[in-house]
Design a protein around this ligand. Sequence first.
Ligand SMILES: Cc1cc2nc3c(=O)[nH]c(=O)nc-3n(C[C@H](O)[C@H](O)[C@H](O)COP(=O)(O)O)c2cc1C
Length: 194
Amino acid sequence: MNEVIKNMLERRSIRKFKPEQISRKDLDIILEAGLYAPCAGGRQGVIIVACQNRAINAELGKINHSFFHGRMSTAAAYISKEQPSIADDPKITDGLYGAPTVITLFGARNFLYATPDCSVAAENIMLAAHSLGIGSCMIMRTEDTFDSDFGKRLQKTWGIDESYQAKAFVILGYSATEPPKTKPRKENRVKVVE
Ligand SMILES: Cc1cc2nc3c(=O)[nH]c(=O)nc-3n(C[C@H](O)[C@H](O)[C@H](O)COP(=O)(O)O)c2cc1C
């Protein structure tokens, strides 16, 4: 199997991190991969902020968690046994899992394809991270998190115009455990039509 396909098949969401920060060199490579994602109309409108300030990330994680009102997992239907999500473990209070690097992807509020643009950039970022041995996870509730007083102030401090909206988080860091096992793929989800 070629390395690109192997990288895609082996990437798993990581939610338990070592405290160690990723290097600036690796971060720059990962961010550049994000910049090279496809983008609707070739606009290159996505703005990417990588935050390595632990206090800010902890506050964002707390606010992010406060907007989680999803269904909790059950013994039969869970997200990850090895690296539980906030839906798996009610004791987790940080929606960003204490990750040492938190990336926020911003897209223009008035652009129809801002969310898919941010999503494909997020995938490039996660695959680039995995290829460098760095764990990642895409996290939602981003709009709500940045709609808080803290989020609005932060967006201003970061110099990002309010015409941009935070659309997705990607957290990064070294996995604290062996990567979670891959779940078998659900069947009958692909059709090839001639
Ligand atoms: C659009 C999107 C939103 C997600 N939001 C969250 C989230 O808020 N919190 C979380 O812990 N994981 C989140 N995930 C990660 C998924 O739970 C994970 O991708 C899924 O369980 C499959 O596991 P895998 O990535 O290891 O293959 C999200 C993934 C995607 C694609």
